[in-house]
Design a protein around this ligand. Structure first.
Ligand SMILES: CC(C)(COP(=O)(O)OP(=O)(O)OC[C@H]1O[C@@H](n2cnc3c(N)ncnc32)[C@H](O)[C@@H]1OP(=O)(O)O)[C@@H](O)C(=O)NCCC(=O)NCCS
Length: 151
């Protein structure tokens, strides 16, 4: 799903205008620019990816290079914490969300292999955390996702 006609690349600050637009279309309590920047800047545990359409675009009105979605996750102590996930409405129900989650799971697995080889753990980021160990605002989204059927 993510091969060939898609580009899955690290999220940059220059993506944020489009990302914030999709965030606002996707959530009743959208993350702010500041919250996205918190994930992008200096969080060693965070992986933040955007998925863009390839040269063929993605159907009517979604041209080449358009933002299709994003996924943001942490791998901490070999655990995967999904922080944020959205797919643009015009591209939903085509398997993109599932493919993004599968990609994150593969990254977690790869990290686990590296970790077991180096045999050491690093400290989790210092942030205000809820009982789940996730930042309070993000854990709500992670829980929301947990209830989706996509797992
Ligand atoms: C949730 C979201 C990321 C799913 O993305 P997607 O690309 O449409 O998901 P997929 O096409 O991979 O769906 C895979 C399966 O998940 C389930 N699913 C997806 N969206 C669903 C929904 N709204 N309600 C119930 N089940 C759903 C279905 O079983 C689906 O398979 P199917 O289409 O064969 O029935 C997308 O709807 C979205 O961006 N929603 C708004 C933001 C959000 O809720 N993010 C998740 C919390 S962080």
């Amino acid at each position: 799903m993510l091969d060939g006609t898609f580009r899955l690349i690290p999220m940059q600050e220059s993506d944020l205008d489009e990302v914030l637009d999709l965030e606002q279309r996707s959530f009743s309590e959208p993350w702010t620019r500041k919250m996205f920047l918190g994930e992008l800047q200096g969080n060693a545990f965070a992986t933040n990816l955007v998925l863009r359409a390839g040269d063929a675009g993605f159907g009517e009105g979604v041209g080449a290079g358009a933002l299709l979605g994003y996924i943001m996750f942490w791998v901490v102590f070999e655990e995967l914490h999904l922080m944020n996930l959205a797919v643009r409405p015009e591209a939903r129900r085509h398997g993109i969300g599932l493919a993004l989650v599968r990609h994150a799971l593969r990254r977690r697995k790869a990290y686990g292999r590296r970790c077991s080889r180096c045999g050491r753990r690093t400290r989790p980021p210092s942030r205000s955390t809820g009982s789940s160990g996730l930042p309070r605002r993000a854990s709500a989204k992670a829980i929301t996702f947990t209830h989706a059927k996509m797992q």
